[in-house]
Write a protein that binds this ligand. Structure first.
Ligand code: ZN
Length: 500
């Protein structure tokens, strides 16, 4: 048995390996020297193996199991529960199955790159079948009381499983589909081609820096670099980094993605520093993490008041395009509703449908209702049915995202759960700060950021997402605030009459 002191040191070791891996991962995807790839992969392999050994150490696991039966304070209880959940999960998978899973994840994601480049799903199909099968097997080993797919979901959003998601997403789909139909054809009177004019990358980088400063991102505890797929690395509160992709002919992508990834990092930067190295010093769930990025991207970053204060950045950086475009026109351009094939470029109204399509397919795969070989057809049929557009290639369709090919099954729902949480949190802020719109218009975003820190960020894993909602007098996750917010906003923008 380990003493409590030894347990704390053990957790600190786990944390240091986790943090080192996050830094290496960020570096590898943001301009590390080309030749460093091979050795970096070996280093990552060594550190990951060591991390696994620490997390599955039997004297560590048994000691916390023993302590969980004792009288503990709230902090210790949370701390041990978090560690024990990981320990339990990892030790219920035999090491040969775990190694095979790691191998198949790496193999399939590499093969996905080739299949995507060659626009041919068949090149990765067999690997994907193996990867799905081993995930089903892992799911059946970890917990008898949950279906394999629920177990995958539980890793990202604890206690939100298919029964809840079916209800939430079903209601969103039933209301968004007819609403999208109402909006169709409404935007033709506007010309948003200015958004597609070349905006030099160097200037977009400056814009990204200024936007991060505008939302109270702390550059002394962060960094901004270029990458191919936007992401953030929340190492610890003093090190939360943003990586952005810039598209020369679409400045909107970098502007909104910067606010999105910045939102993730603002969460990390404002976790109570006393929690660092305790195992509780990071986001509480993937859905809540996503709520913070979506809050800054879609609630603040698409607010008229925000651009009233920051539109001058575009005008100063690219006067030739923007001197004759008003802030209102630009703001309207951010709200153009147009079904498209690519998830992360989607507008607010069609975005939920992109996620629902992925959820429905994933769930069907794990309940053996569909075959992997039919995936391209199924994907394209759903796009045609929900969005009215049909991908003409595997690259734009079934091969679009890396998630499934890297073994991240159950991850996609977090994106929409995050959007749903963000709207619920917006209501809670307005309850406490009824001058919410005015705060944004007066550029007093720090007040809003501090509210988020006080009620969410600071706690790290000390509170679950549901405990955070309860502390705000919200009884659980609910899609209605999101639907209400979207409908009100888009009805006003598109001047739709209320249908009674
Ligand atoms: Zn995100």
């Amino acid at each position: 048995m380990k003493t409590q002191n030894e347990i704390q040191q053990h957790i600190q070791l786990i944390e240091h390996y986790t943090q080192a891996l996050a830094i290496l991962g960020y570096d590898a995807k943001t301009g590390a020297p080309h030749n460093s790839k091979g050795q970096t992969a070996k280093i990552i392999g060594t550190l990951s193996k060591k991390l696994y050994e620490l997390q599955t150490d039997s004297s560590f696991g048994k000691s916390i199991e023993h302590l969980l039966d004792k009288e503990l304070n709230e902090f210790e209880k949370k701390q041990y529960e978090v560690q024990y959940k990981t320990y339990k999960r990892l030790t219920s998978i035999p090491s040969e199955v775990y190694n095979q899973l790691s191998y198949l994840k790496a193999k399939t994601s590499a093969q996905w790159g080739i299949a995507k480049r060659d626009n041919n799903f068949n090149l990765v199909k067999d690997d994907l079948i193996e990867l799905i099968n081993i995930n089903k097997k892992v799911g059946s080993l970890v917990d008898d009381h949950m279906s394999p797919y629920d177990q995958l979901l539980d890793q990202f959003e604890p206690n939100i499983h298919t029964n809840t998601i079916d209800r939430l997403f079903g209601n969103v789909k039933n209301e968004i589909l007819p609403f999208l139909h109402q909006l169709k054809g409404r935007n033709t009177e506007h010309d948003f081609s200015f958004l597609k004019k070349p905006f030099p990358l160097e200037k977009q980088r400056k814009l990204a820096t200024e936007l991060l400063k505008a939302i109270d991102y702390n550059f002394d505890a962060g960094q901004l670099r270029d990458t191919l797929h936007p992401f953030s690395a929340g190492v610890h509160p003093d090190d939360a980094r943003v990586a952005i992709k810039y598209v020369e002919n679409d400045v909107k992508v970098a502007a909104l993605m910067t606010l999105h990834e910045g939102g993730h990092c603002i969460y990390t930067q404002n976790v109570n520093k006393d929690l660092v190295d305790t195992g509780l010093g990071r986001y509480t769930s993937m859905g809540l993490h996503e709520s913070q990025s979506i809050f800054w991207e879609k609630i603040i970053g698409k607010h008229k008041g925000f651009w009233k204060n920051h539109y001058y950045l575009l005008q100063n950086l690219e006067p030739e395009i923007y001197q004759n475009i008003s802030a209102e026109q630009f703001h309207l351009g951010l709200h153009e509703v147009k079904p498209s094939l690519i998830r992360y470029e989607a507008d607010d109204i069609t975005y939920p449908l992109h996620i629902i399509i992925r959820y429905e397919i994933e769930k069907a795969l794990f309940t053996d209702q569909i075959n992997v070989s039919d995936l391209p057809e199924i994907w394209n049929d759903k796009y045609e049915s929900y969005l009215g557009i049909r991908p003409t290639s595997d690259t734009e369709g079934i091969l679009q995202d890396i998630h499934w090919y890297s073994g991240s099954f159950g991850y996609f729902p977090s994106y929409l759960l995050g959007f749903i949480y963000a709207a619920q949190l917006r209501d809670a802020i307005i309850h406490d700060l009824p001058n919410f719109d005015q705060l944004i218009e007066e550029n007093r975003l720090v007040t809003i950021r501090k509210w988020l820190t006080e009620h969410i960020h600071q706690y790290g894993k000390l509170k679950t997402s549901n405990e955070i909602l309860n502390s705000l007098n919200i009884s659980g996750i609910n899609e209605q605030p999101l639907l209400k917010h979207l409908k009100e906003k888009y009805r006003e923008i598109y001047k739709l009459q209320e249908v009674i």
